[in-house]
Design a protein around this ligand. Sequence first.
Ligand code: ADP
Ligand code: MG
Length: 410
Amino acid sequence: MSSLEQIKGINSRQIKLLQENGVSSAEALAMSPSGVISEIDGLGDKTAKKLIWNARNALGMTEFVPAEDIYENTEYITTGSSELNRIFGGGLSTGKLTEVFGPFKSGKTNLAHTLAVTVQLTKKEGGLGAAVAYIDSENTFSREKIKRIAKRFGLDSKKVLAQIFHARIYSSDHQEQMIGKAETLCKTRNVRLIVVDSLMALMRAEYIGIGMLARRQAVLNNMIHALSRVAETYNCAILLTNQVATKMVGMFSSDDAIGGNIVGHGCHFRVMFKTKGFSSNNSLKRRAVIVDAPDLPPEECEFFITSVGIADTETSEMPNVKGLDFEVEEIFEDDIEAEEESIKSNEEPEELTLLDVKGIGEGTANNLEEQNITTIEALLKANPEVLASRMSGVSVKKVIEWQTNAQKLV
Ligand SMILES: Nc1ncnc2c1ncn2[C@@H]1O[C@H](COP(=O)(O)OP(=O)(O)O)[C@@H](O)[C@H]1O
Ligand SMILES: [Mg+2]
């Protein structure tokens, strides 16, 4: 990020005015429309244009560049499901707006929670080692859910919560205001993901009827443009969730995202989440469809909603993905609370059992018992090949992983 001081011809009064209005770097100024800057009290149209031009000049934005020199720095945040990552082209992209739309219960808020945690993982683990701004207009943010997801990824839940800057939103102008504030967090608090869950909920309630449509679209337009600019300026990922309205097309009905063209054209990636089409009504299986993306095939995949966020499978362990090894049924809130209590009260640690080994749940512990392995010591002594051959569905790699995790406890 380049400072405003570097811009030719700028004085300290102008720097102060810009900063007060949330424009805190040369990049932010260079990417602003002149109309927005000239509206700042005390700047004026001419000065605004001059400063923007000089900022663009300083950043090399006033020349065409041969395509071979274009610098691409897209990074990806893992969604918690390798299938979703695959159809997203690697995960949630930085520098772009991604809209996920779908009906009630389709998993949008679960995805938002999962990403709020995974963005904090290191780059090697699929994150950006960064914080998140969470704009919550439906009041569905859950700290408990975050704690469980943090545990799944082996992160400290307190630290994870400290890196989620949450704003509960009460009206659409409040939402617009907090989107502006989120930009400041990108600069000062290493925020690299902004979640808006959901984009349209409040507007839909506030702007009712066709007469209000133009005004609603203008507000929406401002939000989308502000977010696009933040995405590019700070190479930040943006997740917008959106509801759907059912549209009748002749005899058929189809679900369409609300918000119309402004949202549709403003977002680089549009993904639809579906609940329908699965045999069991209470299944937590979901489908995702890439509806529109500049450079992705129109692919689909399945994923699951679990108590620990978005995943590839309903309950089982996740092979070959580092940091994703868990058993859903083991992770309950009581568990986390009990654990925190025990840390607080500083009790003598109890003797460790197989259940304390990461990756081993009750079922696995029982199966190990059948092989006469009842203690951590016994697990460490076992020959991985022999043990794996005796337990169905268990690979040598898995046994070695248990042993590695067990080793950490002794
Ligand atoms: N702890 C949990 N374990 C499994 N599924 C859950 C859990 N909590 C919520 N769900 C499921 O997640 C779905 C809601 O997902 P959500 O992400 O809130 O949807 P949306 O935001 O699209 O409305 C519900 O079907 C609910 O059953
Ligand atoms: Mg939701």
